[in-house]
Structure formats: structure tokens, C-alpha cells
Ligand binder design. Structure first.
Ligand code: ATP
Ligand code: MG
Length: 176
């Protein structure tokens, strides 16, 4: 399975739009796609019309200080023939705070995705506009493969540099 993370610290820069467009487009081209909404804002979840994710979202899979009590398979929503969504909910913000004290926190999403890997070709995670633990977990799952738009202005260039530093800091510590 090919895993991507759409990540940058700058808000409103097209992360969710890019994740959605890539997911829908690649599914149309025949790939078995999974979109992971790793943002507590749940913009991708809302955009795909899922309104009842509370209690059955990525938050319940990742857990927080303790492991979650649901599996990826239990929360995954089919959206089309080859397109599924792991929905988000505001509870994911609490997850992120709990992860601070969890051993192996950067690997939580990678481990959860491994359980659905055989059924998928590509997974795309939509990250929040921050470089905190949810983004670190998405980047770790993607082994640092992220999608950035081109022609950055000065603020975006600084965001890219910050992102590169996070990848450099965390990926050597991630389990292969
Ligand atoms: N290529 C584009 N051209 C013009 N507008 C765009 C483009 N991509 C996204 N937008 C618009 O920019 C706004 C922000 O996009 P989006 O929600 O994808 O950003 P985001 O980076 O996910 O935001 P956040 O950081 O809050 O998660 C939306 O109104 C979206 O419709
Ligand atoms: Mg977004």
C-alpha cells in the first residue's frame, strides 16, 4: 500500500481539497483508496457527507494515553466502489493531547493502517494545520511522503522548512 500525508502548518492552504481530489480521482482511475481524516476539524469528513462520526471515528481507534477500543475496520465508511473514509470528530483533539504521554505515539496510525492494508492500494491522510502529534503520526505512517503545492510564498516556504524539520526529527525514531 502506498501511503501519503497531506501536511503543512499553514491553515487554509488546500490540504483537505487536495486529499479529497486525489482520493476521488485515483478511485475513478481504478485504485482502491482510503481517505483518512486526521484533522479534529473534520473538514474532510463533512465534505464527504458523514455527519454521525462521533463515537466511531479515528479518535476511538488511536485512543490517547491508552490504546483505542475500536479497529480501523469497525469505523471505516465506504463512500463509493473503491473509496472509503476513516472519519474524524472533534474528539480527535483530546486524542492528540493524550498521545503526549503514550509510548510509541508516532506509530499509532501506522499500526492501525496495517490492519486494513490488504484491501487498499493508496491511503491519503489529511492533516490538521499544525506540526503536532497527529501530523507526526500521519507522516510516520507515510514514511515522510507528503504532498506539497508548488510556488510557495514566503510564509509557505517557512512552513515547508518547519515541516522538513519535523520529518527530520521524528522519522529516524519511527519503527520501520
Ligand atoms: N486550488 C485551489 N484554488 C482555489 N481555491 C482553493 C484551492 N484549493 C483549495 N481552495 C479553497 O481554499 C479554501 C481552503 O481549502 P482547504 O480547506 O482545502 O484548506 P486546508 O489546508 O485543508 O485548511 P485547514 O488548514 O483549515 O485544514 C477552501 O475554501 C477551498 O475551497
Ligand atoms: Mg483541512
Amino acid at each position: 500500500m502506498f501511503i501519503l500525508a497531506i501536511a503543512i502548518q499553514k491553515g487554509g492552504s488546500g490540504k483537505t481539497t487536495t486529499a479529497q481530489a486525489l482520493g476521488v480521482g485515483l478511485a475513478k482511475l481504478g485504485r482502491r483508496m482510503l481517505l483518512v481524516d486526521a484533522d479534529p476539524q473534520a473538514s474532510l469528513t463533512e465534505a464527504r457527507g458523514v455527519t454521525d462520526a462521533a463515537g466511531r471515528s479515528l479518535a476511538e481507534v488511536l485512543g490517547g494515553a491508552q490504546p483505542g477500543h475500536l479497529s480501523m475496520g469497525e469505523i471505516l465508511r465506504p463512500l463509493g466502489e473503491r473509496l472509503s473514509l476513516v472519519p474524524s470528530d472533534i474528539a480527535l483533539a483530546v486524542t492528540e493531547m493524550g498521545l503526549v504521554s503514550r509510548m510509541g505515539r508516532e506509530n499509532v496510525l501506522k499500526r492501525a493502517l496495517a490492519t486494513v492494508e490488504p484491501d487498499l492500494d493508496v491511503t491519503i491522510s489529511d492533516c490538521p494545520p499544525s506540526l503536532e502529534l497527529l501530523t507526526v503520526a500521519a507522516l510516520t505512517a507515510a514514511r515522510g511522503q507528503s504532498v506539497l503545492d508548488d510556488a510557495p510564498d514566503n510564509k509557505q516556504a517557512q512552513s515547508y522548512w518547519n515541516l522538513a524539520r519535523v520529518v527530520d526529527q521524528w522519522l529516524p525514531n519511527a519503527q520501520a
